[in-house]
Design a protein around this ligand. Structure first.
Ligand SMILES: [Zn+2]
Length: 251
């Protein structure tokens, strides 16, 4: 919903806003200090994705609870005091909802982009259903400093797969223009209903499920201004996009 102030519709409801702490770009040189708690993150949404300090695992927020897929294959509930260097959250209220059967990740993403004029906006994608296959990766970071650059940390990752798994996919599409602020394109995570399987999605095939899209009018970007390491860092923008694509891309 939006409120009309006479000058046009302005999104003022909390569901119109995508909240983001940090930027994808700050992960690239290894600015991996957690600068927001999970508890604070959950004040800005009940669904979302992110990573913990040190790129330790893949975080997924589902219905107000943070689940961390760990590189040992376990999925654990995250303590609200744990911290994130980068995360997104939103309050779920779909703007599009459809039932889908028998579709692959590539086909679904293509269909969404063909059926909606969504190329230049941020939107969330949430799917709950049965997946014939889900492939994930989980970065094996280190919770304690010193931290290494993203390209180095991301080499240390574990791959997981599940078949005929029921669960929730959560993530976002970000416009190409915002590469660096976010990871351009689709960036989605997964948690199974039994909390035995999850991670950053590489690929999936949906057997049957409800696909919800939620477009946002606002991006609420919160930066770690209290972290002097972040404030003093001189970013090298030259190969940032290539590193993000390689480390955070879907393929
Ligand atoms: Zn991810």
């Amino acid at each position: 919903m939006a409120i009309n102030n006479g000058k046009g519709a302005i999104g003022l409801d909390k569901e119109d806003t995508l909240y983001q702490h940090g930027t994808l770009a700050l992960l690239v040189p290894g600015l991996l200090t957690g600068t927001l708690t999970i508890g604070e993150l959950l004040e800005h949404g009940d669904y979302g994705i992110g990573t913990l300090q040190g790129l330790d695992g893949e975080l997924t927020l589902v219905d107000g609870v943070g689940y961390l897929a760990q590189s040992d294959g376990n999925v654990v509930t995250v303590d609200p005091k744990e911290t994130v260097p980068f995360a997104n959250a939103h309050f779920q209220r779909a703007t599009d909802k459809l039932e889908h059967t028998q579709i692959t990740k590539a086909a679904l993403e293509k269909e969404i982009m063909q059926n909606h004029d969504y190329e230049n906006i941020f939107f969330a994608m949430k799917i709950h259903g049965v997946f014939s296959s889900v492939r994930t990766r989980v970065v094996a970071g280190n919770r304690q400093p010193p931290f290494k650059p993203l390209a180095i940390v991301a080499q240390n990752q574990e791959l997981f797969s599940a078949e005929n798994v029921t669960g929730t996919l959560v993530g976002y599409y970000s416009p190409e223009l915002f590469q660096g602020v976010a990871s351009a394109g689709f960036h989605v995570h997964f948690v199974s209903d039994d909390h035995q399987f999850g991670g950053h999605i590489l690929d999936y095939a949906l057997t049957q499920g409800t696909v919800e899209l939620q477009r946002f009018e606002n991006l609420d970007l919160h930066l770690p201004v209290h972290d002097s390491t972040y404030r003093k860092h001189r970013f090298d923008y030259d190969d940032m996009s290539a590193v993000i694509r390689s480390a955070e891309g879907n393929e």
